[in-house]
Design a protein around this ligand. Structure first.
Ligand code: SF4
Ligand code: SF4
Length: 275
């Protein structure tokens, strides 16, 4: 299947054709019947079949949250977002973030905990259907994670490079939306400090919610209409042309893109070999 259909729909008109039309098939990561679960996986480290690799609360950038709010069929995800916003559970202008308490626990985990801790299950996981409520708009970690690759080291390398690139794309787009909505560079830095935390203050580790005053301060005047804010972020970056987007990536993003282009032929060869 083309990456076009594996990556968020948002990127269909934005990313280069070489990436979107590339079609790596990962047959070892059998997600419908999770390759990491018993009985097919007899290794000491294994995941629960009903939890898979979704014992993780991913970050969703503001424009992808807005994309989900703009999609009539995404009602389950919208309800989850609205609940998070009402509870002040780290719905922030950069996007939906895992509470610091959660991040600190997860980032300091023991190896055997991943795939086993039901209390860590992703809020977007649909337990009934055992699939993902945000699938066509999920974030970089989820789009590029494969527990096993059919292409060995080449495959691992490819997914790592794709991950580095898409993470940079996420950062560039979410920041662009914030700048267009009058957030200063300093405010953006403060907000980004809530992402991927290994440590937290005593107050942050005590609760899963943000104090109201802190939440208001971080929202920079948009506190009362967070849903509208996310939709605006989506509209602003959805209107970017390919050229503008490429400029936005700057030197770092463009060089990550080049690195990805360079590994595609190697990956294509590996693909041919196992056909
Ligand atoms: S990628 Fe995740 S769901 Fe898919 S097989 Fe691997 S552990 Fe299971
Ligand atoms: S966003 Fe979807 S794929 Fe990612 S951890 Fe949550 S349920 Fe799993």
């Amino acid at each position: 299947m083309n990456l076009k259909y594996q990556l968020p729909r948002f990127y269909e008109n934005l990313l280069p054709r070489e990436i979107l039309e590339f079609s790596p098939e990962e047959t070892k990561a059998t997600c419908d019947n999770c390759a990491m679960a018993r009985p097919q996986n007899k290794a000491k480290i294994h995941y629960r079949a009903d939890l898979k690799c979704c014992t993780f609360h991913p970050f969703l950038p503001n424009y992808l949250v807005g994309a989900l709010f703009s999609e009539p069929s995404a009602q389950e995800a919208q309800t989850i977002f609205r609940d998070k916003m009402a509870r002040r559970e780290y719905a922030l202008p950069i996007g939906m973030v895992a509470p610091v308490q959660y991040q600190v626990g997860f980032n300091n985990r023991e190896e055997h905990e991943f795939g086993q801790r039901e209390d860590w299950l992703c809020p977007y996981y649909n337990k009934e259907k055992q699939n993902c409520n945000v699938w066509r708009h999920r974030g970089v970690v989820c789009t590029t994670f494969f527990c096993k690759s059919s292409y060995g080291k080449t495959g691992e390398n490819f997914w790592q490079k794709l991950s580095n690139y898409i993470w940079y794309v996420e950062l560039a787009l979410l920041e662009e939306a914030l700048v267009m909505l009058d957030f200063s560079p300093r405010q953006v830095m403060t907000l980004l400090d809530y992402h991927n935390r290994h440590e937290g203050t005593a107050a942050e580790k005590k609760t899963m919610v943000l104090p109201e005053a802190k939440s208001k301060e971080l929202w920079n005047g948009y506190h009362e209409d967070q849903e509208g804010f996310y939709k605006k972020c989506f509209e602003l970056v959805a209107n970017l042309g390919k050229k503008e987007f490429h400029e936005l990536l700057g030197e770092t993003g463009q060089s990550l893109e080049e690195e990805l282009f360079e590994i595609i032929p190697e990956m294509s060869l590996a693909l041919e070999k196992i056909k």
